[in-house]
Write a protein that binds this ligand. Structure first.
Ligand code: SF4
Length: 118
């Protein structure tokens, strides 16, 4: 259950291209490969084209290696098909419109984030 009083804290966007990611990425093991496939599939099921889904899955693999604690809304179980945020729609996100449609591909910190589980 997300914390009451949750706020979205946007810290930084991702401003990397594939070459930047590849240059910084360490080799993957089985876990990283499974995570990549899961994320790329999830993002496509949530409406992204394969190329964007795979790019972001790569970017998030690098994020994990860097122990960056930021997340994107498309990884969260509260993002809805409409693009809205369920927590905001329920009025549980102070100072946020119930119709808020968060940017889904922005690395950020949100107190209400919860992993979308396989
Ligand atoms: S979808 Fe999740 S991460 Fe995004 S604003 Fe809503 S609760 Fe926060």
């Amino acid at each position: 259950m997300p914390a009451v009083g949750a706020r979205v804290q946007v810290v930084n966007g991702y401003a990397m291209n594939q070459a930047d990611i590849n240059r910084q990425m360490l080799p993957w093991g089985d876990k990283e490969i499974s995570r990549f496939l899961y994320r790329a599939g999830l993002f496509q099921r949530r409406g992204w084209l394969e190329s964007k889904a795979e790019f972001m899955a790569d970017r998030l693999a690098l994020r994990d290696q860097e122990r960056d604690d930021r997340r994107i809304c498309l990884e969260c179980q509260h993002i809805q098909r409409s693009g809205g945020c369920f927590i905001a729609a329920q009025g549980r996100m102070p100072n946020a419109s119930k119709r808020m449609q968060p940017v889904t591909d922005l690395l950020q910190r949100c107190e209400s984030f919860e992993w979308q589980k396989p």
